[in-house]
Design a protein around this ligand. Structure first.
Ligand SMILES: Cc1cc2nc3c(=O)[nH]c(=O)nc-3n(C[C@H](O)[C@H](O)[C@H](O)COP(=O)(O)OP(=O)(O)OC[C@H]3O[C@@H](n4cnc5c(N)ncnc54)[C@H](O)[C@@H]3O)c2cc1C
Length: 236
């Protein structure tokens, strides 16, 4: 894997998905190309004192001159304040690429299952698009994405487009505060996993908060999933 180095980039576009999640697109300045694996993240300098926060890259590796990040504004700390104050053309400094939360190339499974809450969707946007569009992965790929309310969900057009274009992709949004009219899964991602038939010979990729990750590991290991087939990225 490419070793991390310091990049400068400037803010080119902002896309506010809803009252909580905003996507930021940066054009790389120096170096102006970034080689990374889908699922990796950047370590961003968020203060003059050099404090840092990590953000997963949600764009795909074939777009190597740009960097898209998805930010959850809820925590409201230094990292979030940094993004709130970013204006078009402003420069950022990031160490990239970081991390090993990728789909290993030698993984001999028939099914990739992605389980996520909140902004943990960022690395999966990159990984799933990369596996399906760029790598033409023929394996079954299932995404279980837990949020609270329907209005918290975003990238729905993109997920639905993938769902239509690739018969091996299955999208399961699950809401913990679902309205009466909601016809899909309700509760937590673990409820969604329990309802659906357990895939045979699958690897699991979990991303989000510590509680979701440990609850999911407990559930799937009790169901017989080998720990070596569980890959995790803890956001907090
Ligand atoms: C490998 C990695 C990748 C990450 N990728 C992303 C990403 O793509 N998008 C993104 O938005 N965040 C991501 N994070 C989390 C991010 O690095 C920051 O922790 C987050 O933005 C909060 O930073 P802050 O300075 O605003 O809040 P802090 O000052 O760090 O925390 C403020 C409060 O919020 C709580 N908190 C911290 N993080 C979260 C969170 N993610 N959700 C809810 N509460 C939280 C803390 O416990 C604390 O009470 C990632 C973290 C890691 C380790």
């Amino acid at each position: 894997m490419t070793p991390p180095q310091t990049y400068t980039a400037c803010l080119e576009e902002k896309l506010q998905h809803n009252d909580r999640f905003t996507q930021f697109s940066f054009e790389l300045i120096k170096p102006h190309r970034l080689e990374f694996r889908a699922g990796q993240y950047v370590s961003l300098k968020v203060s003059k004192q050099g404090e840092r926060r990590s953000y997963s890259i949600c764009s795909t590796p074939d777009i190597d001159h740009q960097l898209d990040l998805l930010v959850d504004f809820l925590p409201g700390g230094l990292g979030v304040q940094f993004f709130q104050n970013l204006e078009f053309g402003m420069e950022i400094e990031a160490l990239a690429p970081m991390g090993q939360f990728i789909v290993p190339e030698n993984l001999t499974v028939d099914h990739l299952v992605f389980v996520v809450t909140g902004s943990g969707i960022a690395p999966f946007k990159s990984i799933i698009e990369d596996q399906l569009r760029n790598k033409q992965d023929p394996r079954q790929i299932t995404l279980h994405w837990g949020m609270r309310r329907p209005e918290d969900l975003f990238w729905l057009e993109q997920w639905q487009e993938l769902d239509g274009a690739f018969t091996n992709f299955h999208f399961h949004p699950v809401l913990s505060q679902a309205p009466t009219a909601w016809t899909l899964c309700r509760g937590h991602v673990t409820d969604c996993l329990s309802i659906h038939e357990r895939p045979v010979n699958a690897a699991y990729f979990l991303c989000g908060n510590q509680t979701m990750i440990s609850d999911t590991i407990t559930l799937i290991t009790e169901q017989g999933v080998n720990k070596e087939l569980i890959f995790t990225e803890k956001f907090y």
